[in-house]
Design a protein around this ligand. Structure first.
Ligand code: UN1
Length: 509
């Protein structure tokens, strides 16, 4: 985030840079302080995408007050009617898929085909969540007492906050905001400061679909000024966060004093296991896509490849050959396979890890450098380390860039041990034709997601998404689990016996 003083109509060449606003109570308005920041194209930093409010506590306080007020009505608006607004929004997302995808590539950097995937994930999620408007099932169950009825129903929670990352700048907000809204909550949305334009488009579409004022409010700005004000606010009842473990820990701690519910979706160090009997070319394709798609900037990215020794040399050589053939460049240019990483700090972090890998004794066999030939942006070569030891830092810590580590092992037992011997547990994959090995891996890989003969990336919205260990705090997003975070159970007993009946005490008569 590049913070600037308030500038309206600033010029690059002859084109005025558009200025965008916060969305509070159905109105677009600047930060109360008047401060702004710029969002820039990571493939070409001289291309300024827009100017956005650098908000602070005053803006958050206003947004939360408005959301609290709007909740009184929104929670009573029937869920199937709330869903109708989401269905309309889903249609608008589908109609505008192409223009939204292009803007997403410009602001975030992923190549156009992947940007289209990001928007498709929004369409899928919004329709899926809208479907919950006519489900949202509770349970009925017999009471232990005569003439007594028992049931449980889902209730909304209140004002909830969604704090989202830049790597899936539209899909991840949709995983959170669509189910939160259909369940009857009102929302404060704080998007990543690297992708506020995509977030603005998301909110504009929900506004256009007919969401009442105050139900969804967006406040842009930094984690310190906006994020902390949200985390400390007593009227925010739940925070749903996706991002790094470091920030997730901060979110968790900050939410503790006010007993907020917290749903955290954090890091990964996702392993693909390749057994000797695997389809070699399929494994190569899956690893290249998993490791270098989105320039490795997915929490599901294949950052470790655990390979049985018999297939190791062939797999390594083919991976290097393929990785070297990937074309880096601006994601809107045809034929480009890999876009830039998100910003300078990210590039520096990746460079640092490449250095650490070499110092720790891993062999750099592909890439490892900033790719200046791809353009003025933050391009980094697809990078592969050979002969990596499982305990090296490049095999333990999340790099969030196009870097993967090849780790040789003797058998499945060792492969599973290495795969599990990390602090994270998001996605995993195994390539094998042996059904016994596949099922053993499904049972023993300690992760929220396991793929068989497919890459570690590519989760679908109607299946639960999330991880074990330090990847999260026990929640899942999307699928039927999407309502679990955003609702509370209310248990209802209705006694129609006209007399006092005491559970656990009175005998049935
Ligand atoms: C993420 O990187 O935070 O499974 C989400 C996938 C995508 C979502 C990734 N559908 O790779």
């Amino acid at each position: 985030m590049v913070e600037t003083q308030a500038v309206v109509g600033e010029k690059t060449g002859s084109t005025a840079i558009p200025e965008f606003k916060n969305f509070i109570n159905g109105q677009w308005k600047p930060a109360k302080s008047g401060r702004t920041f710029q969002s820039i194209n990571p493939a070409n930093p001289s291309d300024i995408v827009g100017i956005f409010p650098a908000s602070d506590k005053q803006d958050v306080d206003e947004a939360v007050a408005v959301a609290k007020k709007a909740y009184e009505e929104w929670r009573l608006y029937p869920a199937p009617k709330r869903a109708e607004i989401l269905f309309r929004a889903g249609q608008i997302f589908a109609e505008r898929k192409e223009e939204l995808s292009r803007e997403l590539t410009r602001e975030m950097g992923k190549v156009l085909a992947e940007a289209r995937g990001d928007i498709q994930e929004v369409i899928d999620m919004v329709f899926y969540a809208a479907g919950e408007g006519r489900r949202m099932f509770g349970n009925t169950t017999p009471s232990e007492l005569k003439n007594k009825f028992a049931m449980s129903v889902r209730m909304p929670i209140g004002v909830i906050a969604c704090i989202t990352p830049w790597n899936f700048p539209m899909a991840i907000p949709s995983w959170k905001i669509a189910p939160a809204l259909v369940a009857g909550n009102t929302v404060i949305f704080k998007p990543a400061s690297d992708t506020p334009l995509v977030a603005t488009r998301f909110v504009e579409i929900l506004e256009e679909a007919g969401l009442p004022a105050g139900v969804l409010n967006m406040v842009t700005g930094g984690g310190g000024a906006v994020g902390d004000a949200i985390l400390e606010h007593p009227d925010v009842r739940l925070v749903s966060f996706t991002g790094s473990c470091e920030v997730g820990r901060h979110v968790n701690e900050k939410c503790a004093p006010t007993f907020k519910r917290v749903s955290l979706e954090m890091g990964g160090k996702n392993a693909t296991i390749v057994m000797d009997d695997a389809n070699l070319d399929l494994a190569v394709d899956g690893i290249i896509w998993g490791a270098f798609g989105t320039a490795g900037q997915r929490c599901t990215a294949t950052s470790r490849v655990i390979v049985q020794k018999g297939i190791y040399p062939k797999l390594r050589d083919k991976l290097v050959e393929k990785a070297k053939s990937l074309k880096l460049g601006y994601g809107l240019d045809p034929g480009v396979d890999v876009g830039p990483v998100i910003n300078e700090a990210s590039l520096k972090k990746i460079e640092k890890y490449v250095q650490i890998g070499q110092e720790d004794g891993a062999k750099l066999i592909c890439g490892g450098h900033r790719a200046t030939s791809a353009g003025s942006g933050w391009f980094f070569e697809p990078t592969i380390f050979d002969e990596v030891k499982p305990n090296m830092r490049i095999a333990q810590e999340e790099i969030f860039g196009p870097v993967t580590a090849l780790i040789p092992v003797s058998d499945l037992k060792e492969a599973l041990h290495v795969a599990n011997d990390i602090e994270f547990g998001l996605s995993t994959a195994i390539y094998t034709k042996n059904v016994n090995q596949a099922f053993e891996a499904i049972r023993d890989l300690d992760a929220g997601i396991t793929y068989v003969n497919a890459p570690t990336i590519g989760a679908e919205v109607h299946l639960p998404f999330g991880g074990t260990k330090n990847t999260g705090n026990g929640h899942r997003e999307a699928a039927e689990a999407c309502l679990d975070i955003f609702t509370e159970w209310k248990t209802v007993y209705i006694d129609y016996s006209d007399k006092l009946q005491r559970a656990q005490i009175d005998p049935a008569e």
